[in-house]
Ligand binder design. Structure first.
Ligand code: SAH
Length: 476
């Protein structure tokens, strides 16, 4: 059984810190069912790859397992256990990469919380269902999935396919997330029952399923299989996970609602429908749509689309032929999916809209080829040290004809009576800029990547403090 994990995060050798395993050494770990070895086939600054090789001792297993399979004497010795990723592999991940799985790293604390480009390959993985099941397990978690099925015997092609796959997952993830996904999902694919399942296993599922399992479309099947079809345990695990997820979403929703409530006071008259009062959010969306129309954009990508507010408005603009929403949050994309009623659309309409999970701080081919990119109230959610990556991803690689970007004007915060001085509009905001700060950032970016930039106020301007929202329109 072999698992490799590679990253191109720079410097790539930081993977060694995250895993607490020095790239220069080969290390061995004795486990109850065999030996695990960790080594690095590749350890450069650009790309680093770690391998976890697990050698299961089948004879030792049989001795340990005495008496349980008396009626199948040969299967004890002739089985796929030593070669196939199975539940043993999860145990090995948990033991050998314990700190990385729980997201601890004293040497690089900020990296633990950073999503980095990762590529994991597992050889071999049993899957008695079609490859579609593998995709169904991993794609909703935001991975690009490649599953190569192996022949039963390459000398006897007529024997057909085997149930074994080599699986490659690519995605921008925290390492701890990737390990948790593998920890839970590898045993889900393993049909052999070789250890007792009890409440302890359920606790493990809850611990490692935190933050993703409750919103996974196959959550019931996953819990059911992970817990070896112990229905009551599966039910309890899911109930607890869903409760936790609701709590987390509630925290985020409360913060967003607080920002909306704050901005709700900033109403203005609609420019298109005199007499009708519109909120700041509506004013923002109107300004963005106007800018898109003026540019004549037909293919639009909404970067950090969140719950799809802008896409919902763009859907009604017939000049727009294709719209794509990108967000790092799977939960937000799910809400967007529902809001846009994507399930109800017929096939032709479905081609017009796409939601993809991705990060704006990593180069992504799917972001290329658009007339315009919008980035509405997103940059203030990025850590300042990630802005340079964001700039390159958007202006150098994705390189749309136009970029329309909005962000709060911090000067205007003085007008929000309920907002204590110095506090930002949303707990997740990493910064909020004055008009001068935004202008100097935007002008530097435009100059660096060959764009021009124009600034437009959004919302009613205060004579001294300026508008509540600032918008930059970049064109090349
Ligand atoms: N544009 C939306 C949402 C704004 S909230 C609107 O106007 O309603 C900011 C959004 O940016 C969130 O949905 C958050 O998940 C997303 N986001 C934050 N960091 C991101 C990143 N690195 N890559 C992609 N999306 C990100």
């Amino acid at each position: 059984m072999l698992l490799t994990i590679a990253t191109t995060h720079s410097p790539a050798t930081d993977l060694g810190f995250l895993l607490h395993k020095n790239p220069d050494n080969v290390q061995s770990f004795d486990l109850p069912f065999g030996t695990a070895r960790v080594f690095y086939p590749e350890a450069g600054a650009e790309r680093c790859q770690v391998a976890l090789l697990l050698e299961v001792d089948p004879i030792g297993l049989v001795r340990r397992d005495k008496g349980s399979r008396d009626n199948m004497p040969l299967e004890q010795y002739v089985n796929d256990r030593p070669y196939v990723a199975s539940s043993f592999f999860s145990v090995a991940i948990a033991q050998v990469f314990r700190s990385a799985l729980s997201g601890k790293c004293e040497a690089r604390p900020e990296l633990v919380d950073t999503a980095i480009p990762l590529e994991a390959t597992i050889a071999l993985l049993p899957c008695r269902e079609s490859a579609g099941f593998l995709t169904g397990l991993f794609e909703p978690l935001g991975y690009e999935v490649e599953a190569v099925r192996h022949l039963a015997d390459d000398k006897f092609r007529e024997w057909g396919d085997s149930p074994y796959y080599t699986l490659t997952l690519r995605g921008v993830k925290r390492l701890s997330e990737l390990l948790a996904h593998l920890y839970v999902l590898i045993p889900v694919l393993d049909n052999a029952k070789h250890y007792f399942i009890g409440p302890e296993e359920m606790e493990k599922l809850i611990r490692h399923g935190q933050g993703w399992l409750a919103s996974h479309p196959l959550k019931e099947k996953i819990a059911h299989r992970y817990l070896r079809r112990r229905r009551s345990l599966a039910r309890e695990a899911l109930a607890r996970l869903v409760d936790d997820a609701d709590d987390q979403d509630e925290v985020e929703e409360k913060q967003s609602t607080a920002e909306e409530a704050l901005e709700a006071g900033v109403v203005a008259e609609s420019p298109s429908e005199p007499g009708r009062k519109i909120t700041l959010n509506e004013q923002r969306l109107e300004s963005v749509v106007d800018a898109l129309k003026a540019i004549g954009a037909r293919r639009v990508i909404d970067l950090g689309c969140g719950e799809g507010k802008l896409l919902k408005v763009l859907w009604k603009v017939s000049a727009i032929e294709k719209m794509v929403g990108v967000d790092v949050s799977y939960r937000a994309l799910e809400i967007a999916h529902d809001r846009l009623n994507i399930d109800e659309l017929h096939d032709r309409q479905k081609e017009r809209i796409e939601l993809i999970q991705g990060s704006l701080t990593y180069k992504d081919k799917r972001m290329e080829g658009f007339d315009a990119a919008t980035c509405i109230e997103v940059i203030e959610h990025l850590d300042p040290f990630r802005l340079t990556s964001f700039e390159r991803v958007v202006f150098q690689y994705a390189r749309p004809m136009a970029v329309i970007l909005t962000t709060p004007n911090v000067e205007y915060n003085a007008k929000f009576e309920t907002l204590p001085a110095g506090k930002l509009r949303h707990n997740d905001h990493r910064f909020e800029w004055t008009r001068a700060e935004f202008r100097s950032w935007a002008e530097a970016v435009a100059a660096r990547y060959g764009y021009s930039v124009e600034f437009r106020p959004v919302g009613e301007e205060d004579e001294v403090l300026g508008p509540p929202t600032q918008m930059g329109v970049f064109c090349r």
